[in-house]
Write a protein of this length. Structure first.
Length: 146
């Protein structure tokens, strides 16, 4: 299992019939489930949510998302000044962002009707056992990453 954030690049094939978007290097062996997120508007920031055990893979189906990521240092009370990395994911780029266990996320849609596909490596019955949340303004460096 990889312990660093990784971008898996995909591509697109076009011909007279249309197009096929793909991410052939995304090994889905560990995936147990997926879900699709569509925020109600572009102002809503979903976060902070972290997983100590589960890892996630993010793929934008339509539109664009800004994804803020923080490596959690102490699960009971993380340092609010932890560095935050920001990733902009756009459907046209065909990228999968792999986020290993131990990270928290906060994200928002940057275009109307954006949809984010999320893969997880544990079944949904495990989710309540590994769900750690903090208020959206908990990590101080959030505004610096945008």
């Amino acid at each position: 299992m990889m312990n660093k954030i990784n971008i898996i690049q995909g591509g697109i094939a076009r011909d007279s019939r249309g197009q096929i978007r793909f991410v052939n290097d995304f090994d889905m062996t560990l995936v147990k489930r997926f879900y699709i997120i569509k925020n109600s508007d572009m102002e809503l920031i979903r976060g902070w949510r972290a997983h100590r055990i589960e890892q996630r893979w993010f793929y934008v189906l339509s539109g664009e998302f800004s994804l803020d990521v923080v490596k959690i240092d102490h699960w009971e009370q993380p340092d609010p000044h932890l560095p935050i990395q920001n990733y902009k994911l756009h459907a046209a780029e065909m990228k999968v962002l792999h986020l290993p266990a131990g990270y928290g996320t906060a994200f928002r849609a940057l275009a109307p009707d954006s949809e984010l596909l999320v893969y997880a490596d544990y079944p949904v019955v495990h989710a309540p056992l590994d769900d750690h949340t903090w208020p959206v303004d908990y990590f101080i460096n959030l505004g610096q990453s945008r």
